[in-house]
Design a protein around this ligand. Structure first.
Ligand SMILES: Cc1cc2nc3c(=O)[nH]c(=O)nc-3n(C[C@H](O)[C@H](O)[C@H](O)COP(=O)(O)OP(=O)(O)OC[C@H]3O[C@@H](n4cnc5c(N)ncnc54)[C@H](O)[C@@H]3O)c2cc1C
Length: 440
């Protein structure tokens, strides 16, 4: 019934190929983690007839290609609340759904390398603790003791959240596929959203590549191609895509999971977690121009590998088991977008936009739940959304909010390349090449 590969999950289910419904209580665009969990939350909220439109196949965007890092140690109140919601959701899946996203509470460090970082970390910890996160400051010796795979004496200490962890992204696609089918969401794969049907400022339906569906509720997602979804809906959504790279080393006894808590080195944009007896680590190039990832950048990997070998010495001589580049979604302020669609004529009643801004594993279920709440009740108790709508951006896509201080080094502008980024077909968003090194 379902075939699972390293980077994509393709589902072939009877409901997926069923005839296009003529009406729906809600239509969700995009079968990534945000759209899929949103459709499931809409069913949970009591909507009888929810349709999910996916241009390719479920998980064929960023969601199956992620590293899976799940961190509630966010840099803003919104980030912490979305992270906590999502972490709790993942932890509840075995009991609630039977099939889970593979969440492991591995514990997560954010080390500091300068006095400025120490001050910022201490302020952040106070903010996070006030919101109920189990997080604390650890001094450099304790950090080294709890993190034996990391080089000793490198840091001034850091923050540590024992409940942060990781999911297995392909398994998350499998989990939401199963949840969608068992909850009765009507799935339409290989069906593109092509526009909105409106009566004045109110939505009355959607136009798809297979015909029209009448509805008064629409949720728009699209990950790295959300801007193109917005254009189809007649709006400018300042969201983009950029190359992001992940590698998995060969195994090494020093990298056993009980020796390898997760770490995010914010200064270099490197993060890591255990995987298959080795380490999975990811990197974003701050000088990367927005656009679709078409190939792995081995030169950038080589430069970051030196820093990784300094941070985790046993990676120095290790070959790679896997390496991939894929297009990651971002927003100019690296914060989520959650609010009504706004066109040149003003907001469109009944249409909600949802984007995780490159944090869809750590925030995805929270973003999905907020979008479902807004679609059903125009209100949510998960986070304060008053600053998260499209009205925070000017006509150039610049946000009036300061960027999330704890994010990958994403671009802060949506360039013309991104504005033209079209939704990719299944598999085309990933550049996966054989490593020139000896496989580990
Ligand atoms: C290499 C990599 C590593 C990452 N690591 C992490 C991590 O460790 N932690 C973390 O929190 N986040 C991580 N991310 C980011 C995370 O994967 C994304 O934020 C998340 O997957 C976005 O989910 P989404 O549902 O919004 O988008 P997507 O998963 O991209 O889904 C959007 C879907 O919309 C569909 N679509 C587009 N246009 C249309 C249309 N017109 N009609 C119908 N369907 C359409 C697409 O085909 C796609 O399936 C990573 C991303 C990458 C690429």
């Amino acid at each position: 019934m379902t075939a699972l590969t390293d980077c994509s999950v393709y589902a072939s289910l009877e409901r997926v190929t069923s005839a296009l419904p003529r009406t729906a209580d809600a239509v969700v665009v995009g079968g990534g983690t945000v759209g899929a969990w949103c459709a499931w939350f809409l069913r949970e909220a009591g909507l009888a007839d929810v349709v999910l439109l996916e241009r390719g196949t479920l998980g064929s965007g960023a969601s199956s290609r992620a590293a899976g890092m799940v961190r509630a140690q966010g840099g803003t109140e919104v980030a912490v609340r979305l992270g906590l919601f999502s972490r709790d959701f993942y932890a509840s899946q075995p009991e609630r759904l039977g099939l889970d996203s593979g969440f492991v509470a591995q514990g997560y460090f954010m080390p500091c390398f300068s006095e400025r970082e120490v001050t910022e970390a201490r302020d952040r910890i106070a903010m996070q603790q006030a919101l109920g996160l189990d997080v604390r400051w650890v001094g450099s010796d304790e950090l080294d003791d709890l993190n034996p795979a990391m080089g000793r004496g490198l840091t001034l200490g850091g923050s540590y959240a024992p409940g942060d962890g990781y999911v297995d992204p392909p398994r998350n696609v499998l989990a939401y596929t199963a949840a969608l089918v068992t909850s009765g969401v009507r799935l339409r794969e290989r069906t593109s959203f092509e526009g909105l049907l409106r009566s004045g400022d109110r939505v009355t339906g959607v136009l798809t590549s297979a015909g029209e569906i009448a509805t008064d509720r629409v949720v728009l997602t699209g990950g790295p191609t959300l801007a193109a979804v917005g254009r189809a809906a007649g709006a400018r959504i300042p969201a983009g895509g950029a190359r992001h790279q992940v590698v998995v080393t060969g195994p090494h006894p020093d990298l056993a999971p009980d020796r390898l808590p997760m770490v995010f080195d914010v200064a270099s944009g490197i993060y890591w977690r255990p995987e298959e007896g080795g380490v999975l680590w990811g990197m974003s190039n701050p000088d990367e121009r927005p656009g679709e990832a078409t190939e792995f950048d081995w030169a950038y990997y080589a430069s970051m590998r030196r820093r990784m070998a300094m941070l985790v010495p046993s990676t120095a001589g290790l070959g790679l088991r896997k390496a991939w580049a894929a297009t990651i979604d971002f927003t100019p302020d690296h914060l989520p977008i959650l609010g009504p669609l706004i066109t040149a004529d003003g907001p469109v009643t009944g249409v909600t936009v949802a984007a995780a801004g490159g944090h869809g594993m750590m925030w995805g279920p929270g973003v999905a739940r907020v979008a479902a709440d807004l679609a059903v009740a125009d209100a949510t108790d998960v986070v304060d959304v008053s600053d998260l709508g499209l009205d925070r951006f000017d006509e150039h896509g610049r946000s009036r909010l300061a960027p999330d201080p704890i994010a990958l080094p994403f671009p802060e502008t949506v360039g013309p390349e991104t504005a033209g980024l079209e939704p990719a077909g299944p598999g085309t968003a990933t550049a996966q090449t054989a490593s020139p090194e000896t496989a580990g």
